[in-house]
Design a protein around this ligand. Structure first.
Ligand code: B16
Ligand code: MG
Length: 211
């Protein structure tokens, strides 16, 4: 393999619970019941599509203005809740994997649906490991469309067949497979059967097997 492309949330760091609490607050303000079970549908899904899914769950229609306001409120709640994020919040095995891959000359990138990806990478102090960061600001078709990862491979000048994608969400594994990447599922038993390789966490990954 020549490159590793990482999803952010659920692979490098876990702020899914912060997303969940922020969405739950929005859903409750609309009178829609929203638990961790429903939240599973939103993992790896863009902000706009997440709100659309919540409205479908509640069989609710709102005005364009209310929709835009809720997107802003959700992000405000979310950002407030991750103010103290730092390197100690990296998921197990992340730092060792990044260091080891870098030493072996493997190109590293991030492919995230989040529009906050660069902000979070800076807080985690791992931004400098990545040659390319494709986030929710630079993508027209969100996951499960492969655009985010295809843009990453293109920016590195590499074919998807020599790139591995690390993902925790069904939408992300679908995106990786659709793009012709090797899909590594991480930390989410729901996706174990969809992925080419499955790991409970990144400590299980041996860079030397794929370098
Ligand atoms: P934002 P990923 C995704 O990040 C999250 O999994 C998902 O829960 C979130 O709705 C989405 O980013 C958009 O995030 O509101 O920050 O733009 O897993 O693709 O790194
Ligand atoms: Mg994710």
């Amino acid at each position: 393999m020549k490159a590793f492309l990482f999803d952010l949330d659920g692979v490098l760091v876990s702020t899914e619970h912060n997303h969940f609490l922020a969405w739950q607050r929005c859903a409750h303000s609309l009178g829609i019941a929203f638990t961790e079970k429903e939240n599973e549908l939103l993992k790896g899904v863009s902000r706009v599509d997440s709100l659309k899914k919540i409205l479908v769950l509640g069989a609710k229609t709102i005005s364009t203005e209310e929709f835009e306001d809720l997107l802003i409120s959700k992000n405000d709640f979310y950002l407030e809740s991750i103010q103290d994020l730092n390197q100690s919040n990296l998921l197990p095995g992340v730092l060792d994997l990044l260091k080891s891959a870098k030493t072996k000359g493997i190109h590293l990138g991030v492919g995230s649906s989040s529009k906050n990806a660069n902000f979070i990478l800076d807080k985690l102090q791992i931004r400098s490991y990545f040659e390319v960061v494709i986030d929710g600001n630079g993508v027209k078709d969100p996951k499960p469309h492969p655009e985010v990862f295809l843009n990453g491979a293109r920016a590195l000048g590499l074919d998807p067949s020599v790139c591995m994608v690390f993902e925790d969400a069904a939408s992300g594994i679908a995106a990786a497979k659709a793009g012709g990447f090797t899909a590594v599922g991480v930390g989410n038993p729901h996706i174990a059967n969809m992925a080419d390789i499955y790991l409970n966490d990144l400590t299980e990954f041996r860079v030397e097997q794929y370098a």
